[in-house]
Write a protein that binds this ligand. Structure first.
Ligand SMILES: [Zn+2]
Length: 970
């Protein structure tokens, strides 16, 4: 029994069935700080401390504070203890996040000692940061006037400044901002808590420090402790800080919209696209309503279900009506539950602003007819089942530590003075809604919250070619004027300030400061690797990989079809085939009926092309069909899989166009938020045939294919040919001689589904597998893709295999490169939001930057990497840190489903348990010399590399001599 320190009083306790935890709420008597302790046997312990941080304008103070507290504190005075910590910790999660009204600091680890180290550094960071006396922290993390030489152009620089410039460049981010302002003009939600590039430079050191002292106080904090942890120790750590404070008046801030009759608001705005680009069909239309507040839990859950009903699939009534009207290419939206006020919204993309009346009429008509005629019962049942399945799966998921998810969930209403327990008990609410649905609950919800609700806004967002370049120019002019007005002394002052900041960035921390950061010792590290059981069975004569694990009764079943004999010219078409299956009618069902049937009986059926690469550079593509369902629905799952892959009817042009549009939209979203992945994959694709294949499945090649197909399909004859092609491909692929199965779940579950899978086999044709196609030829090259972005994503990739084998030492080196070299050169000095490297088992070394203002300088920094490594002099404790960091990526807890995936991937790539053990031993025994010796190999690797930049058109033009090809993305 843990003893909770005296200063904390138990307020309330419950057992929460849905998350299988004993939940106790404690109050720290001196300050009123609240602590929610969720006790259970999950080894992945989590800690989250949250503060209410209401923004009062757009200067980003909450966000900059979030960054800056992690830049040194009283006990841990090095420049970035946070970075030191992730370098050498076994954490499963470390982050800090600013929301519209709160800032949270979550950490998680499966190792108790590591966990308390993380908590210690985080508590000192939030309560005792160094930025009160060190004004360079605001300059570094927030913004500063950057002027290395008097003759240079004056610019703004700073981590958050650049981050937000990237984050707010997209149309979607712009819509978010407009929505908050239009719906909630009298609350804090009208502000951009992340900060806007225009306002960030108005933040002064004084306002910055004030904000921290006002809000980072125990009385304004909410803490969540979760899992199988040493509670006495964790509460003791809290006391150490909380006990130094006294109670402060609770902070109130305006979260409630005014109680008045709201009139609909119409907003007209523009976003930037590349100069010279056509504006046709590039507008966005959004309609948003204020629907509820965080203290209405039942409505909150009901609105999630309503989102599923109205917009959950292409056949959902609202989405379908808008798509069928032919006024736009993609529809998305739903219930937004981040702050106290919750909007519901629907956005039409790839449209023109003059379609706004039609857009509003269609929405109105859909709602009216649903209210008058009622929502079909099975649509409601399917939506509720889909949500229940998702919640059930979260409880066994590991992709994000559960303790962190539950922390964020409880804050959803706890932050506003409600009970923290409520949001963690969802089953009872769902049951209640199931019953209420029969009495017209959801129809009334549509009527009251949407149809008759005048607290609404309609936003027209039109494309404006060259807007961001124009704004950038205006800013440079403004800064030029400002510079011209400065006196000699002031100019010298700025140069001096820039110089000292650069010096700070380049000066390593004092070893004695670094030594203060708590770390693990070698003896805390385990040398063992958890094995995953894998059994090989056969169903009739077809092989099955069976991963017998506890999955809370969920069956994870897949079919792999070997497609290595299909022509390389068809790769993108096969990928599109995988995207349209499930989105077209079948012999038995319309699309709407199919979606409903899938949602009622399963947790989803997905099809995709998967490329399995071997270490020798060969690869094999598969067409994979994945399904999951509760075990009692196994028969239904297999029936639906059979129906989709064998009886889909392809002759439905509008459905296929919808899928193409939604894929194009998805890819463009990816470029807006995760373009480093796009540029990195592209760079590797010029080196490895298997990744070149993947480009045609999901990369830039696939995007170009879809764009071309979209215009080709306007011709009906071309469409008929496509239908024929899909039919031929489906007929060729789904053959019994090409298939094998995988299954993750208990042995009993497998035995139950096996006869059904056997039956499925008998329905397949038996076309033999022919000879494999030739591997796609590749040559290293340097490419740039221009798009309407303010920032760049700079990637470089090379093959190291010819110079050194894949090893544990490389994994440790990769950690050194990330946290030592790239962090300092690309992020701290270059001003990019992030940068990472990767070494893979198939011999690829990749470097990629994220939201990077530079191109050339980044390549230069990449090129200097081998030299840096050759001069590396790491002391033993430093090497140990990097070893621990490398282990933490090997040790990430995996859900049963993910363990199943891993075991199957290992089998397909001929990776053995011993390979994993060996890799771990190599990591554990890495020395400083081992790392230095890799410098040469890395040098050769980078000499023969390929490079890809996705980014700002003007910046790419300025650097076009660096590339073999410069192309336009969008
Ligand atoms: Zn940030």
């Amino acid at each position: 029994m843990a003893t909770i320190p005296e200063g904390f009083k138990l307020v309330e306790e419950h057992f929460l069935d849905d998350i299988n935890s004993e939940a106790s709420l404690y109050r720290h008597e001196l300050t009123g700080a609240l602590v929610l302790y969720l006790k259970n046997d999950d080894p992945n312990k989590a800690f989250t401390i949250a503060f209410k941080t209401p923004p009062y304008d757009d200067n980003g103070v909450a966000h900059i504070t979030e960054h800056s507290v992690l830049n040194g504190s009283e006990k841990y005075p090095s420049k970035e203890p946070f970075v030191e910590l992730i370098k050498g910790s076994l954490n499963t999660f470390v982050n800090a996040m600013t929301f519209s009204d709160k800032t949270i600091y979550p950490v998680a680890s499966t190792n108790q000692k590591d966990f308390s180290n993380l908590v210690s550094v985080y508590l000192d960071a939030v309560f005792k940061p160094k930025f009160y006396e060190n004004t360079q922290i605001l300059q570094q993390e927030g913004w500063h006037y950057h002027l290395p030489n008097e003759s240079d152009d004056l610019i703004y620089k700073g981590v958050v400044y650049n981050e937000m410039k990237g984050a707010l460049a997209s149309a979607e981010a712009k819509l978010e901002q407009i929505k908050g302002k239009a719906l909630y003009p009298e609350t804090i939600y009208r502000h951009e808590s992340g900060g806007t590039p225009a306002s960030i430079p108005t933040l002064t050191q004084e306002k910055f420090v004030d904000f921290h002292s006002k809000y980072y106080h125990p009385s304004n904090s909410l803490t969540i402790l979760y899992g199988d942890l040493d509670a006495e120790n964790a509460f003791g750590q809290l006391s150490e800080y909380f006990d130094n404070f006294t109670q402060k008046d609770p902070i109130t801030f305006e979260v409630k919209p005014e109680q008045k009759a709201h009139e609909p608001v119409l907003v007209d705005e523009t976003y930037s696209i590349t100069e010279g680009e056509s504006v046709a069909k590039k507008a966005y239309l959004t309609k948003a309503w204020h629907v509820t507040t965080a203290d209405h839990q039942k409505e909150v859950v009901a609105l999630d279900i309503l989102e599923e009903i109205l917009l959950g699939s292409t056949s959902a009534p609202l989405k379908k009506a808008l798509l069928n009207a032919g006024i736009g290419g993609d529809v998305y939206g739903g219930h937004d539950e981040v702050g106290y006020v919750h909007p519901f919204e629907v956005t039409l993309k790839y449209t023109d602003v003059d379609k706004v009346n039609q857009f509003e009429e269609i929405i109105h008509d859909v709602f009216s007819s649903l209210v008058t005629d009622g929502i079909p019962d099975d649509l409601v049942t399917a939506a509720i089942n889909k949500l229940s399945f998702k919640l059930k799966e979260t409880v066994i998921s590991e992709s994000f530590p559960r303790g962190v998810i539950y922390g964020i969930t409880s804050l959803g209403s706890w932050l506003y003075g409600e009970s923290p327990f409520e949001a963690l008990s969802f089953t009872s609410v769902i049951d209640e809604l199931k019953a209420d649905a029969k009495d017209g609950y959801f129809e009334t919800l549509i009527k009251d919250k949407l149809l008759d609700n005048t607290h609404t806004t309609t936003i027209k967002l039109a494309p404006e070619p060259g807007k961001s370049d124009r704004l950038e120019k205006e800013l440079l002019e403004k800064l030029k004027d400002y510079k011209n007005k400065l006196s000699r002394d002031e100019l010298e002052g700025l140069v001096k300030q820039t110089e000292t900041l650069i010096k700070r960035q380049q000066t390593p921390d004092k070893p004695e400061d670094l030594a203060k950061i708590p770390t693990l010792e070698k003896s805390d590290l385990s040398a063992s690797v958890a094995d995953i059981p894998l059994e090989i069975d056969t169903i009739d004569d077809r092989q099955t990989y069976l991963v017998p694990l506890f999955t809370s009764g969920i069956d994870y079943t897949s079919l792999y079809f070997d497609i290595s004999d299909l022509s390389n010219e068809d790769i993108s078409t096969i990928s599109l085939l995988s995207d349209v299956l499930g989105e077209l009618p079948t012999a038995k069902h319309s699309v709407a009926q199919l979606h409903t049937a899938v949602d009622i009986s399963t947790g989803g059926i997905r099809t995709a092309v998967k490329v399995v690469s071997q270490t020798d550079g060969t690869y094999k593509p598969y067409f994979v069909v994945k399904g999951k369902s509760l075990s009692e629905y196994a028969t239904k799952l297999v029936d639906l899989i059979q129906e989709i892959i064998l009886t889909t009817e392809f002759d439905h042009k509008s459905n296929i166009l919808e899928v193409i549009h939604s894929n194009i939209s998805g890819f463009e979203q990816k470029v807006n938020y995760r373009a480093h992945i796009v540029s990195a994959q592209r760079a590797v694709s010029h080196l490895l045939s298997g990744v070149k294949y993947q480009e045609a499945v999901s990369g830039i090649d696939y995007y170009y294919y879809l764009k071309k197909l979209l215009s080709d399909l306007e011709d009906d004859q071309a469409f008929s040919q496509s239908v024929k092609k899909f039919e031929d491909l489906a007929h060729t692929i789904f053959s019994r001689s090409k298939v094998f199965f995988t299954f993750t779940g208990s042995n009993e579950q497998y035995d139950a589904i096996k006869p059904k899978l056997n039956e499925l086999l008998t329905s397949f044709a038996t076309l033999p597998l022919k000879d494999s196609s030739e591997p796609i030829p590749v040559t290293a090259k340097k490419e740039a893709f221009k798009c309407s972005q303010d920032v760049n994503y700079v990637a470089k990739a090379g093959l190291f295999k010819a110079f050194t084998p894949y090893s544990g030492q490389l994994r440790v080196l990769s950690n050194v490169i990330d946290f030592d070299y790239l962090w300092n050169t690309i992020r701290v000095q270059g001003g990019a939001y992030g940068c990472f490297n990767q070494v893979t088992r198939n011999g690829v070394f990749t470097l990629a930057s994220y939201r990077d203002p530079n191109i050339k300088e980044t390549f230069e920094a990449y090129n200097k990497l081998p030299d840096y490594i050759s001069k590396l002099t790491l002391k033993e404790p430093d090497v140990l840190k990097y070893i621990i960091g490398a282990l933490s990526t090997l040790d990430r807890p995996l859900s049963a489903a993910d363990q199943g995936e891993l075991a199957i991937n290992m089998a397909l790539t001929n990776m053995t348990y011993n390979d994993r053990v060996e890799l771990r031993q190599e990591v554990l025994s890495t020395t400083s010399d081992d790392l230095v010796q890799l410098a040469d190999a890395l040098g050769h690797t980078l000499d023969e590399s390929s490079a890809v930049v996705v980014g700002n058109a003007a910046k790419i033009e300025d650097n076009k001599e660096l590339f073999d090809d410069v192309l336009t993305l969008f």
